[in-house]
Design a protein around this ligand. Structure first.
Ligand code: G6P
Length: 464
């Protein structure tokens, strides 16, 4: 029997209920097929010890979790993945730090994962590798004799060759990626950029729908990820009674609510967004006291220097705004570094009049999709969306699209969104919901795996 093997650096806690749409969809696919989810356990050990590797069986899923040494974590995760690849893939060459030691550590951890996984893969299994931490994993598996189908999905943007080829070792990574059978991206532009990198840096060529490089033939395509649309609609409709949400509503005392929800990351454009809101208040001073902006930004990757600096920058901006505009009975910006569960988030999205989703660059951005699915169709809120989020491909028909670098444009978009008449909000919401119903995270999963295997697997158990 063929099984599905999912590999990602970050793995949901095996026993805990899945919350994110991706985890829900992948678990459903693993349960339908039976299979393995492999990744980092979240634990580290001293450098002179062998990192532990544990297997837990839970229903049809085997969780295969590897520890990392402290050095591995520093070089592979904090170093190459998050100080070189992450900024580079988000077009931030100025923030990108290249270190040969980190690159060596990155390849070492990919080899470690491959060694551990190779012993578990059986002929006929389908392996699905996720995200930029594991670009060379497929090639390491091939070296260890795995000849079955191996796919890769890239969750973040893929930049143009002029940016990507600034990475020392770029050719080596591209060459390694030719080991995959299917390489999926969030948007057609990302897929085109990747193909352009291959054509520029390797002796690769296009042949029909495939790319060919040496003896390898593989496919490249766009598979936009999505959410559990119906699940979000249901959660949002049921959330109103939650005590946290009732208290939140009471605290608004009639004010309109703007909401932003992001991991605290420099790609999300949070300082520019706060600047846009500040500009809105100075352009429309009569709105002071009438509008409140809730920015939820759980801390992320705090051990990486750029993230620490960003935390300080945003805290300063938030403080300045509060000092400049705050009143005894009104706080313009509620800035919260905590993470919330999906039920509370769905309820907050539904309470909000406007979502500000203004990343400087984002592979997809699921907050935009979750916000739309959470709205009351009778009185939906408006979405302000960055032109540089992958989600604009599907939601551009209903969102107010902005340039996230342009703080005046953000201020105008806030004003326009708050003033938007109900019929316009409804018709925009209907258009966006059409896209979200046509492509849920379950469709994404099914479409990708069908393309990888070349025919339907037993995925009929995934929600329609
Ligand atoms: C992005 C990446 C994921 C990553 C997540 C959280 O969504 O595409 O691969 O898991 O951020 O980041 P973290 O570093 O905490 O895993």
């Amino acid at each position: 029997m063929s099984r599905l093997i999912v590999v990602s650096n970050r793995v949901p806690q095996p026993g805990a209920p899945s919350t994110g749409g991706l985890a829900v969809a992948l678990r459903a696919a693993l349960e339908a097929e039976g299979g393995i989810w492999m990744g980092w356990s979240g634990k580290t050990c001293p450098d002179d010890e062998d990192p532990g590797f544990t297997l837990h069986q839970n229903g049809a899923i085997t969780w295969a979790l590897s520890d990392l040494t402290e050095r591995d974590l520093a070089e592979y995760y904090q170093g190459f993945a998050n100080s070189a690849l992450w900024p580079l893939f988000h077009y931030r060459l100025g923030l990108t730090e290249f270190a040969r030691g980190d690159s060596a550590g990155y390849h070492r951890v990919n080899r470690l994962f491959a060694e551990r996984l190779a012993g578990m893969v059986r002929p006929g299994d389908l392996t699905w590798v996720h995200d930029y931490h594991l670009l060379p994993l497929g090639s390491e598996l091939r070296t260890r004799g795995i000849s079955g189908r191996i796919g890769y999905f890239h969750h973040i943007p893929w930049p143009s060759p002029d940016v990507f080829l600034a990475l020392p070792g770029a050719e080596r990574l591209l060459q390694a990626m030719t080991a995959y059978d299917l390489i999926g991206f969030q948007t057609a532009v990302d897929a085109q950029n990747f193909e352009a990198c291959l054509l520029r840096a390797l002796p690769a060529r296009r042949q029909g729908a495939d790319m060919v490089c040496g003896t390898r033939r593989f496919r490249v395509g766009a598979f936009p990820i999505s959410i559990d649309t119906a699940g979000f609609e249901r959660r949002a409709a049921q959330a109103a009674g939650e005590p946290t949400l009732r208290r939140m509503r009471a605290s608004l005392t009639g004010q309109r609510l703007l909401i932003g929800v992001d991991r605290l990351d420099y790609t999300k454009g949070i300082p520019e967004r706060i600047g846009g809101f500040r500009r809105y208040l100075s352009d429309y001073p009569d709105q002071a006291g009438q509008v409140s902006f809730l920015q939820i930004a759980p801390r992320s990757r705090s051990d990486v220097e750029q993230y620490e600096a960003l935390e300080r920058e945003i805290a300063t901006l938030a403080g300045q705004l509060a000092g400049e505009w705050g009143r005894l009975d009104w706080t313009p910006l509620r800035y919260v570094n905590r993470a919330f569960g999906q039920n509370v988030l769905a309820g907050l999205y539904r309470q909000a009049d406007v979502a500000l989703v203004t990343p400087l660059r984002d592979g997809m951005n699921l907050v935009a999709k979750e916000f739309v699915a959470s709205q009351d169709p009778g009185n939906p809120g408006a979405l302000v969306l960055s032109r540089f989020a992958g989600a604009v491909q599907e939601l551009g028909n209903g969102a107010i699209v902005v340039n996230p670098y342009d703080q005046e444009a953000i201020a105008q978009a806030i004003s326009r969104a708050l003033a938007m008449p109900l019929p316009e909000r409804q018709s925009r919401h209907t258009a966006m919901m059409r896209s979200l119903r046509a492509n849920t995270v379950f469709d994404w999963c099914r479409t990708y795996l069908t393309a990888l295997e070349g025919h339907e697997m037993g995925l009929e158990k995934l929600p329609a």
